[in-house]
Design a protein around this ligand. Structure first.
Ligand SMILES: [Zn+2]
Length: 466
């Protein structure tokens, strides 16, 4: 038996215990956005560090931050000539929402059929746990082919502000050749996929203020300036014709897609009808003949997500202020700062007497495009092929993962987005679940990936220089 087949046999034998441990992990209420859960975050970080120590990792520690802690660990010693794999995942979760919408308690793992139900089961505790169990399988059978570093974030769902801030400072302790992140999806249990592009993101709040307080629409209607009225014009102006974004210069940096890339996307990506089914509504028309998959991945978007007038103003009042929130998704080579500037310029047109417009800009995330052909991508594709028995596809995602752009900037090493989530997992919603057969295949994919990386060591850019 080789080290890899021994590890696979171990992982198959221990499946039941792995699921029991995952149930412990999802039981921590790790809602990073809610300060009331701070102790749940601490306890979960401690559980993870203890677990990593117990399976044989070294330096397992909890890095305190000004926010929620980061969990760190690395394998003992150094396997000579072997690449170092950084495994990134996040143990924080989205708020659970209304308890009444959950069939079973969100922070109590419940198995029904092939699925484990709990908040965070798929995003991201189950996915990160697949790699931990792959490490354990190798460490328990004595043949780990790579050096490994674990870095588990407690703030991914709020944009990873602390980890992004500390990344360049801690980079010398990480010293990795390849990064793997499992926090994405595959189209179905028998269609594995690697994500090779993420859109960037920019969140904006436009606020229009007028009268010092809400005033009576009968006594003052016709004379008082109306912030809400102006805000609706701003919103309308940003939505261009046929679903395009109506902001001068917005598309200037958007790359034109090659015919080869469009054909690849058409052959591998979701069809229009699959996307229509997933979004639960038909798509509005748009010119230029893009598929819906292209529209949601290689084109940028601007979505107004909320418009709110002064909540103290009644139905017969002119509100003192009104705000709109925008979610902008960016593609290469757009830059969040430049796009925020375009919006600022647009807003600088005089709003009319008695009105003031202000703009709040959130931390932006740059778009990311990864290689489909470097040594790490090939090692991952081959691992999926072995574990799932089918060729994986490379997909673009319309979503954003803030830390990935930070990794690109800090490390300039290959990054693999090896997702084990499924479209029906219901992440961020009620009754989130993780498909256990995919969890088990995920563990085996990670085991094969580590072995393939070892064999591909010389084709990795960081290793070639040693
Ligand atoms: Zn996630």
């Amino acid at each position: 038996m080789t080290a890899t087949t021994s590890a696979i046999a171990y992982a198959r034998r221990e499946r039941r215990r792995f699921v029991d441990e995952l149930k412990e992990l999802v039981a921590f209420p790790t809602v990073s956005a809610d300060p009331r859960h701070a102790s749940g975050m601490q306890r979960c970080a401690a559980w993870l560090a203890d677990h990593l120590r117990a399976i044989g990792l070294d330096e397992a520690s909890i890095w305190p931050t000004a926010g929620h802690p980061v969990v760190f660990a690395r394998t003992k010693g150094v396997v000579d000539g072997a690449p170092t794999l950084l495994i990134y995942g996040h143990y924080d979760v989205q708020p659970e929402g209304a308890r009444a919408d959950w069939k079973t308690p969100p922070f109590q793992g419940t198995i029904r059929g092939d699925e484990l139900f709990a908040r965070g089961a798929s995003d991201d505790k189950g996915q990160l746990f697949a790699h931990i169990k792959a490490l354990e399988a190798y460490l328990a059978t004595g043949g780990l082919p790579v050096n490994a570093v674990c870095l588990f974030d407690g703030e991914e769902e709020i944009g990873s502000p602390q980890l992004i801030r500390m990344l360049s400072r801690v980079a010398p302790r990480i010293r990795a050749d390849v990064i793997v992140i499992s926090d994405t999806r595959m189209p179905s249990p028998d269609r594995p996929a690697l994500t090779y592009a993420l859109r960037g993101a920019l969140h904006l709040e436009v606020r229009v203020s007028g009268p010092t307080r809400s005033v009576h629409a009968g006594y003052f209607g016709g004379s008082a300036p109306n912030p809400l009225d102006h805000l609706t014009k701003v919103v309308a102006g940003l939505s261009g014709r046929n679903g395009a974004v109506g902001l001068e210069g917005f598309y200037d940096r958007v790359r034109t897609l090659s015919g080869e890339e469009r054909r690849y996307m058409a052959a591998t990506g979701p069809t229009d009808s699959e996307i229509v089914r997933a979004q639960g509504a038909v798509a509005p028309a748009m010119d230029r003949g893009y598929s819906l998959y292209e529209r949601t991945t290689v084109l940028p978007s601007l979505t107004v997500t909320r418009v709110l007038a002064d909540p103290n103003a009644g139905r017969a009042a002119i509100p003192a202020h009104a705000s709109a929130w925008f979610d902008i998704r960016l593609v290469p080579d757009q830059r969040p700062g430049e796009v925020a500037e375009l919006v600022r310029n647009r807003l600088s047109y005089a709003p009319g007497k008695g009105l003031r417009v202000s703009l709040r800009v959130g931390a932006g995330t740059r778009p990311v495009e990864l290689s489909r052909t470097d040594g790490a991508a090939r090692a991952a594709a081959s691992a999926y092929r072995t574990a799932f028995g089918v060729e994986p596809v490379f997909l673009r995602s319309g979503g954003s993962i803030g830390i990935v752009a930070a990794f690109v900037d800090t490390f300039s090493i290959p990054i693999v987005l090896m997702g084990f989530g499924l479209p029906g997992d219901g992440i961020h919603g009620p009754n989130e679940k993780f498909h256990l057969p995919t969890f088990f295949r995920g563990i085996e994919t990670s085991i094969w990936f580590m072995r393939n990386l070892r064999q591909a060591a010389r084709s990795l850019p960081a290793m070639a220089g040693r």
